[in-house]
Write a protein that binds this ligand. Sequence first.
Ligand code: NOJ
Ligand code: CA
Length: 703
Amino acid sequence: MSRIVITALFILLSSLSFAQQHKKTDINSISSPDGRITVFLSEENGIPYYSVTVDNQLFINKSRLGFETKGTDNYKDHLVGLETAQTHKMGKPVVWQQPWGENKTIECHYKLLWRSYASKPDSDSDRLGPVVFCVEIRVFNDGFAFRYQIPQNDIDTLFITNELTEFNFVEEAASWSIPANFDSYEFLYRSQSLSAIDNANTPMTFHTFSGIYGSIHEAALTNFPEMTLVRTDSLRFRAQLASWPDGIKARIPADQFCFHSRRQLLHEGDSISSPYFFTPWRTVQIGHKAVDLINSNLILNLNEPCKIAGDLSWIRPMKYIGIWWGMHLGIQSWTMDERHGATTANAIRYIDFAANNNIDAVLFEGWNEGWETWGSRQNFDFTKPYADFDMDSIVRYAARKGVAIISHHETGGNIYNYERQLERTYQWLEDYGIHCVKTGYAGGLPDGHSHHGQFNVQHYRRVVETAANHRIMLDVHEPIKPTGLRRTYPNMMTREGVRGMEWNAWSEGNPPSHHEILPFTRMLAGPLDYTPGTFDILFDSTRNLPTHQKWNDNDQGNSRVHTTICKQLANWVILYSPLQMASDLIENYENHPCFQFYRDFNPDCDWSEALQGEIGEYVVIVRRAGESFFLGASTNEQARTVRVPLTFLPKGKKFEATIYADAPDANWETNPTAYVIEKRIVTRKDTLEIRMAPGGGQAIYFK
Ligand code: NOJ
Ligand code: CA
């Protein structure tokens, strides 16, 4: 855009702003469609604030909005709120569809408030500067969100050095979070009162003393650093963004300001457009029961619709197994040595098992050259199979057997090496007819970049787009946290970003309650490649092997899984992933009656509901896939019986329920592999008593 046009726009905006301050409307608040949540805007001494009530009780006290920037520092104070767009009374909820998800049909219903802020350069003068940012607020029945929209004005590059957004809680709450860290999410959850937190990553979930459940996160993080939270005093939290190595948080060059229709800006009219940059949404999900948080679609509703045009049939949920767990146990290796896992013979064995057991896909790790560089600056080649992994014949064999291949790209954090090979590699996979890749970023990034800074957010996004262009689905390990991008790019299937199953192989592992915290925290953000499915809970088959070797300093020598076997089954339902992995060695599945649940499981879910649960204690979730239902229930260290009315089943139909239950004497610690399988005929009029052992669970297939 030419300078002249920019200047003209600038003058137009300035004069509009000036004119509008005199006809400022009086609308300073906006309520959810059901009227229960209200967000208020206010200004004091040129500083913009928001506050929130739930059921007329103050919930978030006056909290700051704004930024600090380098060069043009007029984003944090000396501001005047100019106009308030008409509150948007979305009479009818909008319903949209996605190709896969916990729910394929989603309702979106909110009200909107939009206000722009202009700078007031001289407090004695009446003349205002240009609009420096706008705040768009959307209030849903299940929470609220706001984002900043920044006009380009005359800036070449906008340097954001700090975000000033606050969340100032009115009252103390119990909370569940992992610490803020700009390189990893692989931590155990802390359960502590809000006032005891120093910093936290999001989703940060809480339960206030007056009974509100909530969770702070972000949506549509596509070109910005991630937001964490730091407690600044008593119950006040402030956004803390991941940095570039030079301390700048976000750099937005002029060409990253885009033209948005006035409709996108104001949701009315369609005529004016000017270049704007939109930050991610700052979101607060709100529920009256703990499970309301799981049943909320707020994050997805704040993302852009699908951008992949045409045929989407290559995007499909899958169950998979893989040459993987053996490496984490230490009985196999990624490198081509005497323990090499990804050999042609093993690949054929895994493909055969998948074909014979209704498993859609097989993952191969350690198939390509570069694992020798593990631990130093890692240099993988993504199109060079090891000599003992016969790519051509494996691909042909899998195709003949109707089994999909999941390729693996461990980048070791060497972003430059991966980006150099990106286009060529995804073309190579497409030529082979491979439609799925697991990526990984285990290792420090070059040049002092952090995994969650804007640099890497842009990288992750570039990979998703490249993969989409080559019809490839992604499962990302060591990812940026999910913020709903799967709506826009539904090939972004699942990701880790959690202390997953692998930690049980070589550390003190994950305690039972981890699995009853995850659905209410990490999983509010999106699907999770936790890889539940270990049947050999104590690793009896590997413990005494002389070849067992440490590969990781966290190896405790006494590692094991901390659940019963039925909880491993239940976690396939509870820990939703459109790519769901049965993680154990196939030897441990051969002839095991419990594997029937995985055989029957349909990963292509249509509808879900979290029925009951309390954070860190227990959870019960049901999902429908086609005509079948799958129910998963799990408990922490406490044994528990929950009564579940089967009212989710359709009227007038009988179902055969296959129930995988903890045996009466099962216990995660002392007797983890004891189970009972029972079949019953049920209808929606029945109520099931679900009995769970300490650290146990129950999985049910309704046919
Ligand atoms: C860590 C990933 O989480 C794990 O799944 C993978 O096997 C290793 N990195 C090696 O890539
Ligand atoms: Ca990992």
